[in-house]
Design a protein around this ligand. Structure first.
Ligand code: C2E
Ligand code: CA
Ligand code: CA
Ligand code: CA
Length: 280
């Protein structure tokens, strides 16, 4: 350790050093994050674009650290993956999302969101326990499998094709739905739409962001038609304004999600906005 200290370059890029230190901090704090109860799920509405009614929610993890403040998922999910902490964290997310949906179904009845969308990381998909973790969470909370959507990315399923197909088929057998997240950003070819047992495409928000350009509009339109012919639902991500909403409605896109409708909010806040919508 002493030799290491002496070896350190005299000029150490400040930004890099801060970044490296921050990463180390995150890594250390992640180890017992679950026992400290610092993780929570926020929920972002997924809206039926035709009726503008709530259809489902996407669970998005939030880490409220007493000293570090809110640490965004983009900063710790990849670290958690490298340390294999993503397995217990991912299990927590699946269980907590199911608990919350079951609770809403019990208390809000038909006004509860129909579907809960949960992000799954590559390590989770490759882990042998994923299917039983999902099965147990559904059972424990008394949820029908069809209301749980697992979101996976193209590059994740292309990483170990055969194993992914087997796991995805096992999940399908349980009855859960599978969504391709960030569709259009991966390296995969469109053939993944035929080879994997998927139910929905989440159009990456880059498409929606550039939808003021003719070429993007053509591309979005073609993807919506393609998805429809394959029997897949399309969820447009990153809907931020009325122009984008109107365009997506024109193109026949079924579902959308984005700041225009709502930012991700706590379970409590989502519930309150549902109740306000009911006029209670
Ligand atoms: P994602 O799955 O693509 O989630 C959508 C991200 O876009 C969320 O960021 C959301 O807050 C943000 N977003 C939603 N609407 C808009 C919009 O209109 N405009 C813009 N600019 N952004 C919008 P968030 O919550 O920071 O999550 C970032 C990423 O972290 C997620 O991207 C997902 O890949 C990952 N993540 C979040 N929660 C989990 C989790 O529980 N497990 C795993 N494995 N990954 C997670
Ligand atoms: Ca997602
Ligand atoms: Ca996404
Ligand atoms: Ca993403």
């Amino acid at each position: 350790a002493k030799a290491e200290k002496l070896d350190r370059p005299v000029v150490f890029d400040r930004v890099l050093r801060d970044k490296a230190q921050r990463r180390l901090y995150v890594e250390n704090e992640l180890r017992d994050v679950l026992s400290r109860n610092e993780l929570t799920l926020f929920y972002q509405p997924i809206i039926d674009l035709e009726t503008e009614e709530l259809r489902g929610v996407e669970a998005l993890i939030r880490w409220f650290h007493p000293v570090g403040g809110m640490i965004p998922p983009d900063e710790f999910i990849s670290v958690a993956e490298e340390m294999d902490m993503i397995i217990p964290i991912g299990n927590f997310v699946i269980d907590e999302a199911c608990r919350q949906l079951a609770d809403w179904r019990n208390r809000l009845g038909e006004h509860a969101p129909d579907n809960m969308h949960v992000n799954v990381s590559r390590k989770q998909l490759e882990h042998p326990t994923l299917i039983s973790v999902v099965e147990q969470a559904l059972q424990k909370h008394g949820l029908p499998a069809g209301c749980l959507h697992l979101e996976v990315t193209e590059s994740m399923i292309m990483h170990d094709r055969e194993a992914s197909i087997a796991t995805l088929n096992g999940l399908k057998k349980l009855g859960v739905k599978l969504d391709v997240d960030d569709f259009g950003t991966g390296y995969s070819s469109l053939s993944c739409l035929c080879d994997f047992p998927i139910d929905a495409l989440k159009l990456d928000r880059e498409f929606v962001k550039k939808s003021d350009r003719d070429r993007e509009v053509t591309l979005i339109h073609a993807l919506i038609i393609l998805a429809e012919k394959l029997g897949l639902e399309v969820i447009a991500e990153g809907v931020e304004n009325t122009e984008q909403l109107a365009l997506l409605q024109d193109l026949g896109c079924c579902l959308g999600q984005g700041y225009y409708f709502s930012r991700p909010v706590s379970g409590q806040d989502l519930e309150e906005s549902i109740l306000v919508g009911l006029g209670t």
